[in-house]
Design a protein around this ligand. Sequence first.
Ligand code: ADP
Length: 650
Amino acid sequence: MDKQITPPNQPERKGPDKLGGTAAARRRLLEDLLLSIKLASQEERIALIIELAGRDELTLAERRQVLIATQRYLVNARTELPREIAGLLWAILRLANRQDLRRKALELFRTAMEAMPRTEVVPQLKEPLLELVKQLLPRGTDAEFSPELFQRASRRLLNNDNSESVIHLISLGLFFFPFNGPLREMRAEANLDCGRTNSAMSDFEELVEQFPERLNFRLARAEAAIRLGEYEEAMGDLEVYLKHNPDDPEGLRKKGECLFHQGRHFESLSVLNELLKLEGDSAELFVNRARVNEQLEFLDDAQQDAERALELDKGNQEARQLRQSIMFRRQSYGMEDDLYSAFVRGDEELFLGELKIPETRFADIGGLNQIKQSIRETIEYPLKFPEVSERYGKTAGGGLLFFGPPGCGKTMLARAAAGECGVTLVNVNLAHVLDKWVGNSEKAVSMVFAAARKRAPSILFFDEVDAIGGNRANLQTGWEKKLISQLLIELDGLTSINENVMVLAATNTPWEVDFALRRPGRLGRLVFVPPPDAGARAEILKLYLEKKPFIEDGIDYAAFGAKLEHYSPDAIRQVVENAAAIPWREAIETGAARPIGAVDIAVSIEQTPPDLTEWEKVVKRYEEFAKQSNKQVGIGFKKPAGSEGPINPS
Ligand code: ADP
């Protein structure tokens, strides 16, 4: 025991003689004192603690008992502490005279430190703390009060595999040297080791902020985030890390894990493939890949992977269990699902329908000039010039939701956007996906996104997104909810890693689109695609008519444009088809050919009823909808100044 320890302001202590003469009597008195500690008031208790700390006769158990009383005192003390703290700290030091009590002492020092105002603690704590740290190091260690001293002592404690007390010790060190990186790193790791992930997280956060250039801290923070189930955050760090170390197995492993937990199984699969290429065969990787394949229902592959893992590591229990459960599922499924195998073969068209670069151009669309220009800026340029756009912060981020009456060009705009960019359009009708993939729709959604990524740069277009309506929330079935949540996961995934996949969607009834889908960053930018005004109608009529090789000169398009009120572009196209049929029939019947003329158009208009009469009533509702979602309305919705009148973006 260190005889030189003497409390500075030690209160007057009763001498051993006052405790009584014989050893037996002294022991009895000591035991009385120990007993009275429990019943004492706060003030009495501190006096008793200091008193007892001066006794050499205490047994180990008794020392521990007094230390615990000290802890109770500290926890209750708060404001009274500063006055008494010096005496108390010395008492703790004296009581903790043995290796196994020093852990308790560290904890108590930390409790004292945390219970007190900083200004009070610093001067009081330093000297006894130095004493305590010295005791943790081999005798004769040059003991200057420095971060290095704490580092050395912590390392020694760590060797004894004692994370808890290491955390106390480092916290004490950090109290004096809050910006010491190595100390904080040690604490973060010790916290992680003993499962205090939240504390580890806040240390890593501090470290990343303090040393933004140290990428390892990001990797470590990602690990903490993964343990907390915060995969989105982890992915953020991993992206930065992998940007500089693209082939780092550790980073890739974590990325694969995040993707798996986010339900992004295809991406997870490709990361695992990459890792297997980098690292060669590894049982662990095969087990992970088996798991991903199982999720994707690629049961053949999953089973093969589990078997490979077992070949490499016969005792691998995880692989064994996995193989068993996969085999069981294969048996109970019986037949393989045609659509899945189609996807594996690369015949995505089988379930996606369209999957190509469209021929449509903006020139094929009449009117909607402002929308076309906005699409150039929000879609075409970022897709075509990703680097330049990134530099100016003009990256994709969030998709467009076209809304408006049917037949007015929403789908056409999506086609033309892809056509103008020269990228693949992945055209998905969610209602069909739901039909075809009953019970498995969320997997289908993953595949759709995977197909779009595979062809990036690409445009993913969801027609009739209202098919999974949010306003009918109470009617939503389990699989609809699953589908929506998968859709959200995928959409959020796209924007965060900017994979050059742009998302567009269309609906006639925007108010029925699930609200979660319309959040910024998802399908947050609303674009009203209105019925054409007279000018646009004239333009559209001309567009379709001029596709016919044999037409009369001098047709008054403007007059027809005015006449075609309540006709959608689709109906106008029909008018032209019907008009062309008139001279064609005549030519076949009589053998005399004449060009398509104004009369034919007039007759055709008479025979083709307008299709938007009903929809005009809904325009009000569109307006209201746009007003409500005001801040989110992106492009193409502009009212003439000072009027509540019809919307005319052309
Ligand atoms: P929506 O998706 O809005 O229901 P579509 O874009 O599918 O409508 O349009 C249906 C058809 O109508 C298109 O194939 C095209 O022939 C024609 N059409 C629609 N809008 C226009 C337009 N603005 N200009 C030319 N043709 C159009």
